[in-house]
Write a protein that binds this ligand. Sequence first.
Ligand code: NIG
Ligand code: FE
Length: 420
Amino acid sequence: MNETRWDRLLLNANLATFAGDAPYGLVEHGAIALHHGRIAWVGRMDTLPDAPDALAAVVESLDGALVTPALVDCHTHLVFGGDRAHEFELRLNGASYEQIAHAGGGIASSVNATRAASEEQLFAQSLPRAQALLADGVTTLEIKSGYGLELETERRMLRVARRLGRELGISVRTSFLGLHALPPEFRDRRGDYVSLVCDAMLPALAAEGLVDAVDAFCEGIGFNREETRRVFERAKQLGLPVKLHAEQLSDQGGAALVAEYRGLSADHLEHLSEAGIEAMASAGTVAVLLPGAFYALRETKLPPVAALREQRVPIAIATDCNPGTSPLLSLRLAAGMACTLFRLTPEEALRGVTANAARALGLHDRGTLAAGQRADLVAWNVRQPAELCYWIGGGLARRVYVAGELVSRRKPSRRSPSAS
Ligand code: NIG
Ligand code: FE
């Protein structure tokens, strides 16, 4: 056998590369070669340098299936105990998210359930959620802490996040979200809690290698700018990148603050101001839009998509998978909702769950189909990229590859849903 042959060559694919100038970076009648976990070659089949069998050890035809970079979910709270279906019912009866939070529910109720769960229980409860995302094409996943609000439980959440990555063979990036809510035992002692987060919890968890980035909830019912700044300062000292839940329910000037720290992303952003957009544009901070939370809270104020576009702020889309405001287990559906609710084009939405989502995590080795990138990709049971936003539900991922290895496979459907 020729030693220089590629590990695997996929033929007859419609490649949405998100590289180059064509819409979706589309390469029709394409081929893609995977070698040692990386993409070795991408292009039109008729420009392959030799006969397929001479080029690769394994050659597969995809019969015209759409292939995209594997999806990147850059904002989730996927590890938590219990659920909040009861609050869903309360909200349908007229209670607001903020009212429920003030009455001791909301994030605090997930904190109780998460503190009560053992590491094994947390893992068992979180695993099916991560599996659902993976089955729908996600192979890189951000997971936040923030339902512990004390060292032991925050550590347990982050350890579970790391274990999910290991056991599912996907990439997990962790964010420490100690400033998610004020724990009940610190009522009237806000400053003490912020000090505990900055001086004890964050340095300890970072030293254990459990923290890839630092997040906070900058909001009327969360933490103010000065409190957020304190944790950002500590993150900076530790050499950790920052990101922020910003301008979700009101304009707190959070986007400008995270941009000041050259943050990876500002997330939610329904109430983002012009000044916030300008700050993000000059810092290169990604705007992460979360249509699942907008939908579940039945919000009406739209994020300023036109202005973000105009200022060329990169837009990413994520599930925000969490028990309170976004119990959403499909990133592809989030992309569809970004089109329907926020008026993104399908191309913007799909860049938002691939290339721009990778950027929101500070990852430059994935999110496009290009030689040298990680061979994380999905072959779908559709032919056209827009279909990924158009179909609502339906389990469309046919094959999911991580670093060139097949990790999830569904029966190929002979036809795309549109032909059936
Ligand atoms: O992203 N906004 C704060 N954090 C979550 C909600 C968490 C919860 O309600 O449990 C969010 O929407
Ligand atoms: Fe969130």
